[in-house]
Design a binder for this molecule. Structure first.
Ligand code: DQA
Length: 172
């Protein structure tokens, strides 16, 4: 009886169990990166991107993350280099990245390399359905390396992408 009791506790605190139980639920840190022109959300081409501004989207996502026991840091820049540096700084600090790289999605090998360089799992997302738009938006330099891609659900793409990323990280 005593032996069974001791085995039970030994199993419970094994490294694998700690990783499974503790890391995914209490120590998950996610970075949300928004690229160029996404600071204009709410004013910009509302027919494509909706009427919510970026701050509202970030606030909503923060509360979803909090409910899930995940910390969320939000970052937006119109500069490719700043986005790359932010991704570099996530190394060793973040478990996952959500990224709407805006137009850099279709042009930036450097941003793709930054994401690959950190080896942090990431989800690409877009408000609009880029495949229903101009041909140059059909190409993504990031998609092939992403855990998954969420496109076309407006501001809901952010929520879906967060849930997808969390589920992916908890599965690891
Ligand atoms: C976008 C789609 C891109 O093609 C565009 O350049 C954007 C926004 C989206 O969220 O739908 O800036 O990333």
């Amino acid at each position: 009886m005593v032996q069974i009791f001791l085995n039970f506790w030994a199993d419970l605190i094994s490294a694998d169990t700690i990783h499974l139980v503790v890391k995914p639920y209490w120590a998950m840190h996610v970075l949300l990166v928004n690229g160029p022109n996404l600071n204009l959300l709410g004013h910009r081409e509302e027919n494509l991107y909706g009427s919510k501004d970026l701050k509202s989207i970030e606030n909503e996502l923060e509360s979803i993350a909090k409910n899930e026991g995940v910390t969320l840091e939000c970052f937006q820049s119109n500069f490719e280099g700043a986005l790359i540096e932010k991704v570099h700084q996530a190394m060793g600090k973040k478990d996952g990245i959500l990224i709407n790289a805006g137009a850099y999605t279709h042009t930036s090998i450097a941003l793709r390399d930054a994401l690959l360089g950190t080896s942090i799992p990431f989800v690409e997302l877009h408000l609009s359905n880029t495949f229903a738009r101009e041909r140059f938006r059909h190409k993504s330099f990031l998609a092939e390396k992403a855990v998954g891609v969420v496109i076309g659900f407006g501001s809901m793409s952010y929520e879906l992408a967060l849930h997808g990323l969390i589920a992916h990280l908890r599965r690891d």
